[in-house]
Design a protein. Structure first.
Length: 301
């Protein structure tokens, strides 16, 4: 039998290597198809298991929620739970709890803030109360507002104006004036038992010269802005008379952002020289046991 030539040997070796490579490619393709079928069975409900997806996916969702919360707070609009599901979680609705807790930890550690749920909107008018009672009789009502805002978690000694200064947009003076105005209006509403008629509010604003002292806009426009942002509620009670009864109440954002202790500090600062029984009267008016104020009106540390 004639000896094999060198070219024939190379061809046979090449054919053997090619068949081995072909078998390896087929085996790899079968493995990939098997993995794909397993993934499709796991994700057939449209959700991704965050534990199996890896920490990277959850970290990205946490950062996305932090950015979303900061953007909402910048515009002074609440962080809505439905908005979190639609704009942050997407196809991962089951990961809400882990992502929310991760965002809370990041906000506290980096920004010194946390998300706090707003109280449910109160039923003010007779018609709203009747509807609420009807729903409560038919089914168990849900008192959760499903809305959040950012509040500071810094200790009291770090909540000074030099550290937490007013926003520079649109400008620091305008933002400071706006914060002072809505705090004053909310204080007046609280001191009047939580409700203030429109006529009485206009009288207070006239004494404050609000139409001349507000640098940002007309008084009515600023009040409308406060309603949109949740600082106050404007309740209109329809009546058979010529004019509807308008009442101003404390809004859900103000109930979280401006506690009675802050109102007490503002009133004390504006009052000046305090009478002997000032603190007791202030406590009774605000419905709190202790305002945390010293005799000189400065908040105690």
């Amino acid at each position: 039998m004639p000896p094999q030539t060198q070219s024939q040997s190379r061809r046979r070796t090449g054919n053997h290597d090619g068949s081995d490579n072909l078998r390896k490619r087929r085996q790899s393709r079968r493995n990939n198809d098997s993995d794909g079928s397993e993934l499709s069975e796991e994700d057939q409900d449209g959700d991704v298991d965050m534990d199996k997806a890896g920490d990277g996916t959850e970290d990205q969702l946490v950062k996305k929620l932090v950015r979303y919360a900061l953007a909402c707070e910048y515009a002074r609009i609440p962080v809505r739970r439905d908005g979190i599901r639609d704009k942050v979680l997407g196809n991962n609705p089951r990961s809400f709890k882990r992502v929310f807790e991760g965002a809370q930890a990041h906000l506290q550690k980096v920004f010194g803030m946390e998300m706090v749920e707003l109280p449910a909107k109160e039923k003010r008018t007779l018609k709203e109360k009747q509807k609420a009672n009807a729903r409560k009789a038919n089914s168990q009502s849900n008192t959760s507002s499903r809305q959040y805002i950012l509040v500071s978690t810094l200790p009291r000694e770090y909540r000074s104006q030099s550290i937490i200064a007013p926003s520079r947009i649109p400008s620091t003076p305008e933002e400071a004036a706006y914060a002072g105005f809505y705090t004053m209006v909310i204080s007046l509403v609280v001191l009047n038992g939580g409700e203030l008629s429109d006529t009485k509010l206009r009288r207070y604003l006239a004494r404050l010269n609000a139409s001349q002292n507000l640098p940002m806009d007309k008084t009515d426009n600023v009040l409308q802005k406060m309603v949109r942002q949740g600082y106050v509620d404007r309740v209109v009670e329809k009546s058979d008379a010529d004019e509807d009864a308008i009442t101003w109440c404390v809004g859900p954002r103000a109930r979280v952002e401006i506690p009675p202790e802050s109102i007490a500090a503002v009133i004390t600062e504006v009052w000046g020289d305090l009478p002997d029984d000032f603190n007791k009267k202030l406590q009774r008016s605000l419905g709190i046991e202790d305002t945390g104020l010293a005799e000189n009106g400065i908040p105690e540390e």
